[in-house]
Design a binder for this molecule. Structure first.
Ligand SMILES: [Zn+2]
Length: 294
């Protein structure tokens, strides 16, 4: 490769990196409501057996998923309601057909329901994506008389904005809430999480059929200490923690007990805010609206 070609390729890479970077707008020194020092979102992905069915997993794995709909979700709601914590339940649209009573209970207890795709995937074809997205919105309306403003998906910003959604919750591009611009005028707040604070990474053998030896069952005490240290770190800096859970994973009795201990430890410190994701998103958008890239 000659020098001129190399220079051209480097310039092209730099431009691509710059375009990618300019899609992300971080929010430095974000402040929480009066008296609050740290914000903690407990977010539960209500997948039940749907993700596993999509991956063609064997019946035993499907049964594990079903546990989330029959038992896990009820235990999780009981836990968070009892502790006065508002949770966000990211729900696959088809769950409306499978476990409507559980979803009605989630809302009756004052927790939030948000989109987690119609069948746990976003179709590549734009018309099909639109169809899936609208199916979930319609299922929430018909089954629950409910309209959500949040998603945990790779749905496009243009669809999210068009239907009045204000936030998404995926990826780990920053440690706190940040805006994502699509370059075409559509901006959505993102509430990131990280696999280090995700129950599926610690409690799931053969996660998504993975043969990885790292996928094994962790001692709940070990997970509690890891997450507690993660929380303390955010508490010190006045930051944000998004705890990602799954009813079919964390709904098991000893894991529910661990969450009970963890939340109570958090509540021994002053100024810990446990809002729904939508409450938190509204606070951020109101106090720190997006500055650029729209
Ligand atoms: Zn999921």
């Amino acid at each position: 490769m000659d020098a001129a070609t190399l220079d051209a390729e480097v310039a092209e890479l730099r431009a691509a990196a710059h375009a990618y970077h300019s899609r992300y707008e971080t929010i430095p020194n974000l402040a929480w409501p009066e008296g609050m020092r740290v914000a903690v979102n407990f977010t539960l992905d209500f997948d039940a057996m749907l993700l596993r069915r999509l991956k063609n997993e064997p019946p035993m794995q499907l049964a594990k998923g079903e546990f989330g709909g029959r038992v896990g979700i009820w235990r999780a709601v009981e836990l968070f309601s009892r502790l006065g914590v508002k949770a966000t339940i990211f729900t696959v649209g088809r769950i409306c057909e499978l476990y409507p009573d559980a979803l009605r209970h989630v809302l009756a207890e004052g927790h939030e329901i948000a989109d987690h795709m119609w069948e746990h995937h976003v179709p590549k074809d734009p018309a099909m994506e639109d169809d899936h997205f609208m199916k979930t919105i319609a299922a929430f309306r018909h089954t629950l008389d409910y309209r959500t403003v949040g998603s945990r998906s790779r749905h496009s910003n243009s669809l999210l904005v068009r239907e009045g959604f204000i936030y998404n919750s995926h990826g780990s591009a920053d440690h706190g809430p940040h805006y994502i611009h699509d370059g075409a005028g559509n901006t959505v707040l993102n509430l990131p999480f990280h696999y280090a604070i995700d129950d599926a990474m610690f409690y799931s053998a053969n996660w998504q059929g993975s043969p990885l030896i790292a996928n094994r069952f962790s001692d709940t005490d070990r997970v509690e200490e890891m997450w507690w240290h993660g929380f303390r770190q955010q508490y010190r800096r006045g930051g944000y923690l998004n705890v990602c859970l799954h009813p079919f994973v964390s709904g098991r009795a000893q894991r529910i007990d661990m969450l009970d201990r963890l939340v109570r430890r958090m509540q021994t410190l002053p100024g810990v805010w446990f809002p729904t994701s939508a409450e938190l998103a509204r606070h951020v958008i109101t106090t720190r609206p997006p500055q650029g890239g729209r």
